[in-house]
Structures are given as structure tokens and as C-alpha cells.
Design a protein around this ligand. Structure first.
Ligand SMILES: [Zn+2]
Length: 394
């Protein structure tokens, strides 16, 4: 395939995850299970701009119509955004793109920084507006940009955390940020780091909601191509390991040393030959996960899962895991409870009534939040495991 970012032909399939359902469509009942659709999920990598991308992009409309996830449920994220807000104290006007329920607007307001958010989801945007955190309910496009410029002014800081991977057209997004920001204004992007999750074999981070997976070099390439400059990078601890990238609305900006180091390190690691080997490792790890679950079940263990993020779908479908191997999955979000995991149909339940003494093994799908999850098992003796690569979590 041709790369959707740089149009190069130097792309190669690095992963084939077989037929997969939409990872954020949790069926409620037998009827919805019957209607479930699956599509081939294969990941290509472009050697020129170093972006990984899904071969077949599934219609965004099909995906986001019923999509909602509340950031503020997540305590770790709240702390993350409080810290970022303090860093931006000198900013004149901050716009948060994909502002969700106002998780970042809230600490900005606390620090007396003028700010507004943009979010396409009506119900989630309303939660923020009800708290007095001004949120424009719309997709990040020219119409809402012009409206904000008219009603306020151009921002000197734009923030886009965890939304860039969901974009269908990153070049258009980049051009819109350039148009929106004041000259020399700063765009801050946070992304789950392709380098890290490939290295850790966390293939579950690939699913249809996310057409692109970025390296620091991809971000450098995209913004250079439209006359902006990546100049600094921090490694931050959200969603596993993520990158926070600083991009200036100006050409030819000097890069910091840590930025140059990361770009160089990636160029050495990300070559198509090393990436292709990962596919084999992932197949082996998935087989190991399934085999171990079969064995642990045969030995009479009661195995449950904890956390049903979208990623569970990729793992369970690729590893062929169903409710015979994992009895149920506990998730704290009421939106997911009493539904089933997509494709693999493991029941998702609340922790009330479902934490009992019979449980002795917990597969922690949301392993970033292990410390919070562990607190629920103070009175029950259990072993925690990471699914891929399968290992005990101490
Ligand atoms: Zn490319």
C-alpha cells in the first residue's frame, strides 16, 4: 500500500492480527452479538516517514456514534493534567482539542489560565459545560476554529492529548493547528509511543479506532511538511509510556538534545526487518497466553479479568480467548458493565458482588492501573498476571 502520510511506496506489512471486531462496540445481548461485524486488521509501516498505519480504515461514523469514555474517572490522568496546567501558567489562551469532560480545562481554570475546549461528543461535552468549563461541541475543523477566533482570539497554546492516533487525516489536522495558532505558538501533542509498545509486544494497542500509530519521526515529518517544527520531547507516564511532543508554529526551530536523541534512536530501531520479526514473537506470545490459561483452568483455578479497555478485544480475539478461559471481566465503568467483550464475548461486570474468595487468578488487562486494582483484592489472595507477554505482576 501507499503511505497515507508521505505517499511513499516503501511500506510493508509488519503485523497481521486477523479478523477483528470494532474494539469499542461492546454488544449488549445475543442479538447484538449476531450482528457483530469483523474486518481484517493488518498494520503497515512506512520506512520513509516511520508511521505505522492500518490497511483498511473503517468508517469513523460507524465507530464514534455511540462512543463515550469519561477521562475524569481516571485518577492518574487527573494528576497528569494538573501538572501540565501548572507548566502552562504563562500562557495567554489555551485550547484543548478533544477536551472530553473537562479533565484538563479544570486545572487550567484553577491556575487562572484562559481556556476553552473542543469535543465532538454531545453528552461528554455537556458534562464539561455544566461545570462551567466552556466546551465547543464539534469536530476540530475550520468552522469551530473560526468561531473561537471570532469570539476570543488565536490561542498561543494548543493541546491534543491522546486524540491524534484516532484521526483519519493527520495532515489536515496539522494544517488546521497551524491556521489556528498565533505565529510561534506551541502545539503540545501526547501520543502512546509506538516504539515502546512494539518493543513490549503490546500489540493490543492496535485496533480500528486508531488508523495511525506515530513515532517521534512521524510527527517530525508531518509538521515539517506544513511549515511547523517539532523541537522538544518528553517521555510521560500515561497510557503505558507516552510521548509529549512540543511543536512550534514556525519553521527551522532548533531541537533540544533529548529531542534529537529520541529521533536518532528510533531511526536505528525502526527498520522493517526488525519489525517483521515482532510478528512472529507476537504469535508465540498469544499462543503462550492461551496455553497457560488452559492449563491454569485445568488445575482448577478461577480466572477473571480486570479492566475492559478497547485493547481487550484485540488480545482476546487474536489469542482466541473466550469465557471458557476467563469467567468474566470486572470493569469500573458503568457504561461497559453487563455487556460483552467484542468478538470474544466475555461478560463484563461490576466489582460489587463479583469479588469473591473463589477467585485466585486475575488477568490485568488495564495493567497501567495495577496499583488501584490491587486495592480491591486486599481480602482475597490472588495472583495478578499481565496478558501479553504473559507474566506475573508483583
Ligand atoms: Zn510514509
Amino acid at each position: 500500500m501507499k503511505c497515507r502520510i508521505c505517499k511513499s511506496d516503501r511500506t510493508k506489512e509488519i503485523l497481521n492480527l486477523g479478523k477483528q471486531p470494532l474494539a469499542n462496540k461492546y454488544p449488549k445481548n445475543k442479538n447484538e452479538i449476531k450482528k457483530e461485524k469483523k474486518f481484517g486488521l493488518s498494520i503497515f509501516f512506512c520506512a520513509k516517514c516511520q508511521t505505522a498505519q492500518i490497511k483498511n480504515i473503517v468508517s469513523r461514523k460507524l465507530m464514534f456514534e455511540e462512543y463515550f469514555y469519561l477521562s475524569s474517572i481516571n485518577k492518574g490522568l487527573k494528576i497528569h493534567f494538573s501538572k501540565l496546567a501548572r507548566k502552562l501558567k504563562k500562557s495567554k489562551f489555551v485550547v484543548d482539542i478533544g477536551s472530553n469532560d473537562g479533565i484538563f480545562l479544570e486545572p487550567l481554570r484553577k491556575n487562572k489560565i484562559k481556556c476553552v475546549g473542543i469535543d465532538p461528543s454531545i453528552n461528554v461535552g455537556k458534562i464539561a459545560n455544566d461545570k462551567g468549563l466552556k466546551t465547543y461541541i464539534d469536530f476540530f475543523e475550520k468552522k469551530v476554529i473560526n468561531k473561537i477566533i471570532q469570539e476570543h482570539k488565536k490561542p498561543d497554546v494548543l493541546v491534543a492529548s491522546s486524540i491524534v492516533t484516532h484521526l483519519e487525516n493527520p495532515i489536515k489536522f496539522a494544517k488546521n493547528t497551524k491556521y489556528f495558532l498565533v505565529k510561534n505558538g506551541i502545539l503540545i501533542i501526547e501520543i502512546e509511543y509506538l516504539y515502546k509498545f512494539i518493543k513490549n509486544l503490546e500489540y493490543e494497542r492496535f485496533y480500528f479506532d486508531r488508523p495511525f500509530y506515530y513515532s517521534a519521526n512521524s510527527i517530525d515529518y508531518i509538521f515539517k511538511s506544513i511549515g511547523m517544527s517539532l523541537f522538544d520531547i518528553e517521555i510521560v507516564n500515561i497510557h503505558g509510556s507516552s510521548l509529549r511532543l512540543y511543536i512550534k508554529n514556525s519553521e527551522f526551530v532548533k531541537k533540544t538534545k533529548r529531542c534529537k536523541d529520541i529521533l536518532l534512536k528510533e531511526k536505528i530501531y525502526f527498520n522493517v526487518n526488525s519489525l517483521i520479526k515482532i510478528n512472529k514473537k507476537i504469535i508465540n506470545e498469544s499462543k503462550k497466553f492461551r496455553d497457560r490459561l488452559i492449563k491454569l483452568n485445568q488445575e482448577g483455578n478461577t480466572i477473571i479479568g480486570y479492566g475492559a479497555p478497547a485493547r481487550v478485544s484485540t488480545i482476546t480475539n487474536f489469542s482466541n480467548i473466550n469465557s471458557k478461559l476467563i469467567k468474566y471481566i470486572i470493569d469500573d465503568s458503568p457504561i461497559k458493565q453487563n455487556k460483552f467483550t467484542p468478538g470474544s464475548h466475555i461478560k463484563i461486570v461490576s466489582k460489587e458482588k463479583n469479588l469473591n474468595k473463589n477467585i485466585n487468578i486475575v488477568i490485568v488487562f488495564a495493567y497501567e492501573y495495577l496499583e488501584d486494582i490491587r486495592k480491591n483484592f486486599k481480602k482475597i489472595k490472588v495472583k495478578f498476571y499481565k496478558p501479553i507477554p504473559f507474566k506475573v505482576l508483583l
